[in-house]
Design a binder for this molecule. Structure first.
Ligand code: CAA
Length: 240
């Protein structure tokens, strides 16, 4: 039977590559997005992937749309918690709004989404949950106390969930991408980005497809014994 994969923030950047890759591996993919209707429409038309708009930081929205998915499908087999934003500033310049927004979108969303799919996964004795963290959740980054806090939190969340789901055929794993060639990274000031790339042993940005390949493996049946792990894809920027 065709398995259903739900990818948050799945129409742009790393999420878009994950959606495409899982579709090519014969999943029925639903790509969630929050705001950019135009990008979502052209993504959906180009790749034949269903898109659904809602705010993953809003618990009621998540419930409404996940219920809709369950009206049409008996299961959500794969959840990729990919949606994330940055609001970079050193802490002495960071306001409460930019702290809270990042916590809501990057971390509270993961509670919302995962808690709403976990019971059916437990009933089905199958589930694959992937959390997209970041190298900066592992090593920290100047200007990212908010973002790094959320990205390291995903590692603790995932390991705990891995313990809870193991007996029910559910795995939970984290991928920590480094600096990937996406709009999020291109938004970094050019001179700062250049100095970051200089510190990457592989001397280049990663590609979203390189992250998607890892997701594709981790959600497969073959990966049933990979649980509670954290995978780095960062060109050697941080070895952990
Ligand atoms: N370490 C130490 N000091 C630093 C520093 C660093 N890495 N970066 C900047 N500083 C210092 C500067 O030298 C400067 O010092 P002076 O005032 O004495 O000259 C001071 O801090 C202020 O620096 P900025 O001018 O850069 O400060 P700003 O407020 O204009 O900008 C910032 C702050 C927006 C955080 C900017 O530094 C920045 O964009 N940094 C990169 C952050 C980053 O890597 N974000 C990743 C986004 S992509 C992503 O998150 C995806 C992923 O998962 C990897």
């Amino acid at each position: 039977m065709t398995k259903i994969a739900l990818v948050t923030g799945g129409t742009r950047g790393i999420g878009a590559s994950i959606s495409q890759k899982l579709k090519s591996s014969n999943f029925k993919v639903i790509a969630n997005y929050a705001s950019n209707d135009e990008a979502a429409k052209s993504f959906s038309e180009e790749f034949g992937i269903e898109v659904m708009k809602w705010d993953v930081s809003d618990h009621n929205d998540c419930k409404e749309f996940i219920d809709k998915i369950y009206e049409q499908h008996t299961s959500i087999d794969v959840l990729v918690n990919n949606a994330g934003i940055t609001r970079d500033a050193p802490l002495h310049k960071m306001n409460l709004e930019n702290w809270q927004k990042v916590i809501d979108v990057n971390l509270n969303s993961v509670f919302n989404m995962t808690s709403l799919v976990i019971n059916k996964m437990r009933e089905n004795n199958f589930g694959r949950i992937i959390h997209i963290s970041s190298v900066n959740g592992q090593k920290g980054q100047f200007g990212q106390t908010n973002y790094a806090a959320t990205k390291s939190a995903l590692i603790g969340f995932s390991k705990s969930l891995a313990l809870e789901g193991a007996i029910k055929g559910i795995t939970s794993n984290v991928i920590c991408p480094g600096y990937i060639n996406t709009e999020m990274v291109s938004a970094i000031r050019e001179d700062i980005l250049k100095s970051i790339i200089d510190t990457i042993p592989n001397k280049r940005l990663g590609e979203a497809e390189e992250v998607a390949e890892m997701v594709d493996y981790l959600v497969s049946e073959k990966a049933s014994y990979v649980n509670g792990s954290t995978f780095s894809i960062n060109g050697g920027l941080w070895m952990d």
